[in-house]
Design a protein around this ligand. Structure first.
Ligand SMILES: Cc1ncc(COP(=O)(O)O)c(C=O)c1O
Length: 380
């Protein structure tokens, strides 16, 4: 469902942004300008209905269409096979930390977790509430979470109910550039919160994918879950209805009143991605943008020190440090004066983090790379 007055462009990648500020926040992150303009219009009057999207009943015809389009667009963009359900839930990715084991892990069962960073550790800790046999099949702690492991570094248990990993470690700035391969028959579960739909995706190796929308897919409040249908039937324990994937699937993600606006917005982001040329166009654009900043790090002669091992560098969150913490702070403050905001590293790691999600314009990365060179010249 789109508005009558805002006519979306075929592709706006590389277009000059009309707002002067570049938002490098790790999430909620920047949104495509075009999506915001469409949403502004639809908030006032969606599709000529005389009311805005925020005022629509979740059981009415307008929302029926919004939801159907969001699901169809999500499936088309991600090439999601028909034996997977797409759910739009609430509670953020953090709620998936307990929903996954609650729905998939029997009492006393084994589950394997690859703890490659802060969020993956949170997922592991929550799963431990369900079984003492939840294992760290790989821990990145000793190497300060600087990389994502290859399969021969992971000790998989073939009896595991599933293997969980986080494809992009938002805080550490590391990203898997391959899909882990658990033993045959063990479903793969992935927290894709910070890199979903940033590159082509083959859903078939996965049993379940989840992502909070507020980085690449929209606004906080909507969590996308893509789940293989056979997993809906596992049902290892009685659970409140709201927490059961199969109830949410049966009730089309509206067991209760869903966040109508947030799901609408995520739907608009799927349409935007498709207009840009889909996931392969996003991947190319994201690689070009990240390269601008990694090149500035690599050519700085050690003034900027990246956290991630080069083979695990994230294209979404670029983490680095300057020679001193004082210089880190000065860099962040001066960047903000130059309208490049929200680059302070997470409270657990410090340093600098520039998040370059799908909606970050190339102009933002060019401006940051230029600023990094100038800052080094005057402070190096
Ligand atoms: C990879 C990852 N997982 C989980 C979370 C937590 O998400 P939420 O705040 O939606 O619960 C985040 C948030 O930044 C994240 O980056």
């Amino acid at each position: 469902m789109t508005t009558a007055t805002v006519q979306p462009a075929a592709s706006s990648l590389g277009a000059k942004p009309s707002r002067p500020t570049f938002n490098f926040s790790a999430g909620p992150g920047c949104l495509p300008e075009e999506v915001l303009q469409i949403a502004r219009q639809d908030m006032w009057d969606i599709g000529g209905a005389g009311i805005g999207i925020l005022e629509c009943s979740h059981r009415g015809k307008i929302y029926d269409k919004v939801l159907a389009e969001a699901e169809a667009d999500c499936r088309r963009v991600g090439n999601i096979p028909s034996n997977y359900k797409v759910l739009f839930l609430t509670g953020g990715a953090t709620s998936q930390n307990f929903m996954v084991p609650a729905n998939l892990l029997p009492d006393g069962g084994v589950a394997d977790y690859l703890t490659t960073g802060y969020w993956a550790e949170k997922s592991y800790e929550q799963a431990r509430l369900y079984s003492e046999h939840v294992r760290e099949a790989f821990s990145g702690k000793a190497s300060r979470y600087t990389y994502c492991p290859k399969d021969d570094e992971v000790s998989y248990d073939p009896k595991a109910a599933y293997v969980h990993y986080c494809s992009n470690n938002t805080i550490m700035g590391t990203e898997f550039h391959h899909v882990p391969r658990p033993p045959a028959g063990v479903p793969l579960v992935c927290d894709m919160s910070s890199d979903i739909y940033s590159r082509p995706l083959d859903v078939t190796p996965y049993g379940l994918i989840y992502a909070g929308a507020q980085k690449n897919l929209g606004a906080a409040g909507c969590t996308v879950v893509i789940i293989r249908e056979d997993l809906l039937e596992r049902n290892p324990r009685p659970l409140p209805q709201m927490l059961q994937y199969r109830v949410q699937a049966k009730d089309e993600s509206r067991h209760n009143t869903p966040p109508v606006f947030n799901i609408y917005l995520t739907g608009q982001v799927f349409k935007w991605i498709e207009r840009q040329g889909g996931l392969s166009a996003m991947a190319k654009y994201n690689a070009e943008k990240a390269k601008l900043i990694y090149d500035a790090i690599d050519s700085s002669g050690g003034f900027y020190r990246g956290h991630a091992r080069p083979d695990s560098r994230s294209l979404m969150n670029i983490t680095f440090r300057l020679p001193t913490e004082d210089l880190d702070a000065k860099f962040i403050a001066e960047a903000a004066k130059n309208r490049m905001i929200d680059m302070k590293g997470h409270r657990s790691t410090g340093g600098i983090r520039a998040s370059t999600y799908n909606a970050m314009p190339r102009a933002g990365c060019e401006a940051l790379a230029q600023f990094m060179k100038e800052f080094q010249r005057t402070n190096g």
